[in-house]
Design a protein around this ligand. Structure first.
Ligand SMILES: [Zn+2]
Length: 696
């Protein structure tokens, strides 16, 4: 469960499937919905309290921007008026600006001949394949044909199984996804986990009661699928029917998944683990053992499954009658994954399609397409090159020292400033804090992809074959882990690359991770003042520590086990406080017609407010602390200019509060802020003490 704090929409413009290898949560706005988005003029209504300044066009020279009424707007008005979105960027924040710095750096790595070693060789070889548009255009869609033909030829259930277990199953599509991870009982042992496959509409619930979120996913996936299938030789009607069939197949899968059971991979109970024989028997006739073999995970002897009900239902879904549906699902999935592997026309059209969904009409940027493809398929070699080129041990020492300071103050805060905790729960919370693992800037030991190779353009290689080699290599690495000693504390560079503008808390090993990519721009610079650092990187560090004590972190103990460490009474108080926060956020309407979901953003809102509380606690210990600089830097961190489409998508899907709410709603909870600026009843930023919602 990765928490992404970066400006996701910026990455949406990369638009291709390669990007989703890196950042699974990235999605772009849906097409058909765009017409329903109000024009910028209609979005100028206050949300019940504040004008939303994040939407492009909402703020003009004449818009009043009083410090005491709308702090986010007051601090950022000049920036808003002077900011135009770069081409293909639907949403720009300080974190987004940091992304642009990183992209520029990574772009240089692609062509830097002075870089040596296997990582550089791989990156430069894939770059040569990806950027040789003449070569790719000459091949056109030909490389995809044998794979699509193999799906077209499926005529029976047996042939379907044969296909799934054959070399033609290019995207390794099975009725499950596989992972190798630590055993839930003995965390030093690796075992194989099987999950239901990812669903187009996001969650199984969307197949029962479709919401706006499901509609967004549907529209986005359908546009890409329709285009790709027609490009690969189907007519429009066939393409449309195939997409509907693929959704119908997924609806059958969704039906077999009980509510809230999806994506529980790390919470599996020990009793949901089987021997391969038991598991094969349970799947009655669906040759899961052969599929595991074909996938490269033949060494799996213990299989843990996250959703037993799903796997028992497979035999009723895999019937002769359903073959046409499953076959179309294979075609849709395969075609939709090919967008960045064929010719220029395909890549550019799909990138522009994603741009249009996010409210942009700019032309696709070829450099960006190339970068996203290389970085998407070679995340580790790219990350290693970034670390070797741009990171220092000094940065590691500096940030580690800041984090340790934070932990110290956090401890004091838990001891002295939280009056509703019983001594027992307080002790457990402090133990959890003391036991927290801290990963900063980059891993001590870099992942090693020296076993990977593929043919470059000089050796007659193709992009499609390079991808196959990379995917095979990744599966072999998973398989090789089986039987070895697991280390749940090892920095996982695939999930948490150093070279992203991100930081994360993992409840599964109680670690906070502050990655190198977040140490640029407005977030952190060596020459910033102490107060600026507190408002930038300090806020982020405090936020990640706080996730240990948000609604999801509260369920895991100091060792990352899902064990209750609360007294019943304290947990009830905690939940009551959360309910108050949720109800308060539910009252906001940040865009006309779009109500807020306090439930979706609660964990992030709790983390922001708790971090602010800790920062203010630190400030109080400092003589002459410059509050004005600190509050302004904090407001700069979350400044935002976005297209209405991007804002709409974020309101529907982002687990973080809207950026101006991260500023205003967070600050307005604290007397230190209100008193410093003399904000009182009647001011827009004022919230009466009894209405405040900070949980900690
Ligand atoms: Zn967070």
């Amino acid at each position: 469960m990765k928490r992404i704090i970066c400006g996701l929409l910026l990455l949406a413009l990369l638009g291709t499937t390669a990007c989703s290898v890196e950042i699974p949560a990235v999605t772009a706005a849906g097409g058909a919905e765009i017409t329903a988005v109000p024009a910028a003029d209609d979005t100028k209504i206050p949300d019940g309290r504040w004008l939303n300044p994040d939407i492009i066009g909402n703020v003009t020279e004449d818009t009043p921007a009083e410090l005491k009424d709308n702090f986010a707007l007051y601090v950022n008005k000049d920036w808003i008026l002077n900011t135009t979105l770069p081409d293909l960027v639907p949403s720009l924040t300080s974190l987004g600006e940091a992304e642009l710095i990183l992209m520029d750096r990574k772009m240089k790595l692609l062509t830097d001949d002075s870089l040596t070693g296997h990582d550089a060789e791989l990156v430069h070889k894939l770059y040569a394949l990806v950027s040789d548009w003449d070569y790719r255009d000459a091949q056109g869609i030909e490389p995809a044909k044998p794979y699509m033909d193999a799906i077209r030829d499926i005529d029976s259930l047996d042939e379907l199984y044969d296909y799934m277990c054959s070399e033609h199953n290019l995207m390794q599509l099975y009725p499950f996804t596989m992972n190798v991870d630590a055993d839930p009982v003995d965390s030093s042992v690796y075992i194989t986990y099987l999950d239901p496959p990812g669903l187009t509409l996001g969650t199984e619930e969307e197949y029962r009661n479709r919401t706006d979120v499901g509609d967004l996913f549907y529209d986005e996936a359908k546009q890409v699928s329709d285009y790709m299938l027609v490009r690969l030789g189907f007519n429009e009607e066939e393409a449309s029917d195939m997409f509907e069939n693929s959704i119908a197949y997924e609806a059958l899968l969704a039906e077999a998944i009980p509510s809230d059971k999806h994506q529980r991979s790390k919470n599996t109970d020990a009793e949901d683990c089987y021997t391969l024989e038991e598991f094969t028997e349970m799947s009655e006739g669906v040759p899961v053992d052969k599929m595991l073999d074909a996938s490269g995970l033949s060494g799996a002897d213990t299989i843990c499954i996250t959703v037993p009900e799903y796997f028992s239902a497979l035999k009723d879904i895999f019937t002769e009658e359903n073959v046409p549906l499953i076959k179309d699902w294979l075609a849709v999935r395969t075609a939709s994954e090919l967008t960045d592997l064929l010719d220029k026309e395909t890549s550019k059209t799909v990138a522009e399609m994603y741009g249009a969904m996010a409210g942009l009409d700019s032309e696709a940027n070829e450099d960006l397409i190339v970068l996203s493809t290389v970085a998407g398929y070679l995340p580790i070699p790219m990350d290693n090159l970034y670390i070797r080129t741009y990171c220092t041990e000094q940065q590691q020492e500096d940030i580690a020292a800041i984090v340790e300071d934070f932990k110290k103050y956090y401890r004091e805060m838990l001891e002295n400033e939280v009056d509703w905790l019983s001594p027992e729960t307080r002790k457990a919370a402090i133990e959890k804090l003391d036991n927290m693992r801290v990963n900063v800037v980059f891993p001590d030991e870099l992942e090693d992809w020296s076993g990977l190779d593929f043919a470059g353009p000089d050796e007659g290689g193709s992009l499609l074959e390079a991808r196959r080699a990379i995917e095979r290599f990744k599966t072999e690495r998973k398989a090789a882990k089986l039987g070895t000693k697991a280390d749940i504390y090892k920095w996982n560079q695939i999930d948490l690359p150093a070279s992203t503008v991100n930081a994360a808390y993992s409840p599964y090993n109680n670690s906070i991770n502050i990655q190198a990519g977040v140490l640029v721009g407005e977030i952190y610079a060596d020459d910033m003042s102490f107060e600026q650092k507190m408002g930038g990187i300090g806020m982020i560090i405090g936020h990640e520590i706080s996730h240990a004590f948000d609604t999801s972190g509260a369920e895991y103990d100091k060792d990352g086990r899902r064990i209750n460490w609360w007294t019943d009474e304290d947990y009830t108080t905690f939940q009551d406080r959360v309910a108050k926060l949720v109800a308060w956020y539910d009252g906001f309407v940040p865009m006309e017609g779009l109500k807020y979901s306090g439930d979706r953003i609660k964990t992030e809102a709790i983390a922001d407010m708790t971090s602010m509380k800790c920062l203010l606690y630190i400030a109080k210990q400092m003589e002459g602390f410059d509050y004005d600089t600190f509050f302004r830097q904090y407001a700069k961190l979350w400044r935002d200019q976005s297209t209405p489409e991007a804002v709409r998508e974020a309101i529907l899907m982002d687990v973080h509060p809207a950026h101006y709410l991260r500023i205003n709603a967070t600050l307005a909870q604290f007397d230190d802020f209100l008193n410093f600026y003399g904000i009182t009843e009647g001011d827009g930023m004022y919230i009466a003490p009894e209405d405040r919602v900070a949980v900690w």
